[in-house]
Write a protein that binds this ligand. Sequence first.
Ligand code: ATP
Ligand code: MG
Length: 253
Amino acid sequence: MTKNIIEVSNLTTAYKDRIIQSNISFSVRHSEIFGILGGSGSGKSTLLSTMIYLKAPLSGSIKILDKDIWKIDKNKRSVILRHCGVLFQFGALFSSLNVLDNVGIMLEEYSSYPKKIIDEIAEYFLNIVGLPSFVKNMYPYELSGGMKKRVGLARALVFNPKILFLDEPTSGLDPQSAENFDKLILKLRDYFKLTVVMVTHDLDSIKDATDRFILLGEGKILFIGNLDEFKHSNVSNNNLLKSKRGERIWKEE
Ligand SMILES: Nc1ncnc2c1ncn2[C@@H]1O[C@H](COP(=O)(O)OP(=O)(O)OP(=O)(O)O)[C@@H](O)[C@H]1O
Ligand SMILES: [Mg+2]
């Protein structure tokens, strides 16, 4: 039996009295790349924020590694959250810090390692995400969009997380860079045995990188399963679903 790493049960999210998701449930299995797909405003980032303890749910539960993160005490929660690496939608790099310090900042905050070791760890992960060594001394404004995403990814990896949460990792990238980024995610999943939750509205990422995905819309889960199951479902007739990298991946017209 495949072990569930994340279990979302009867979750409802809202901003004030505006419901974003109502009563949704799904599980993420060990070592899978799980996509959260949906149009702009469908609540993908809201769901992700609730899963990483940034936004409280209205009701329902989120279990990560068997612990209900919104119910357990602070100490237990920090242990769980330490297993979660996050790449935010808008990069969130500090413009005043160079790349090396941007990657090492969480270690500066939450570990007692000396600076030299922190720099070495940061350099190791910059290399892992495929950035050349000279990038470490550069500042965010000197980087391309794809490089910024990779720096953000390196930062998300420094605590050797079990789970990686990615919010729109390929948005704003040209099709080739987006494809390369998806390949990197697959490589990292295999190398570090990661479970990955990837928010995206990029259908090519769904096709190239995810094992299963949910499609969010109308405040609920319109579909859950893999691409093959999707192609044979009624939902795939939806005209909103178009692939950017050329190939049509849904039903033939
Ligand atoms: N802090 C907030 N306060 C109030 N409403 C919000 C807030 N953040 C998001 N919303 C609303 O919640 C809805 C879902 O937003 P969310 O950012 O989760 O969508 P998304 O699917 O991630 O969209 P995108 O693809 O554009 O990133 C939107 O209607 C948005 O206006
Ligand atoms: Mg979003």
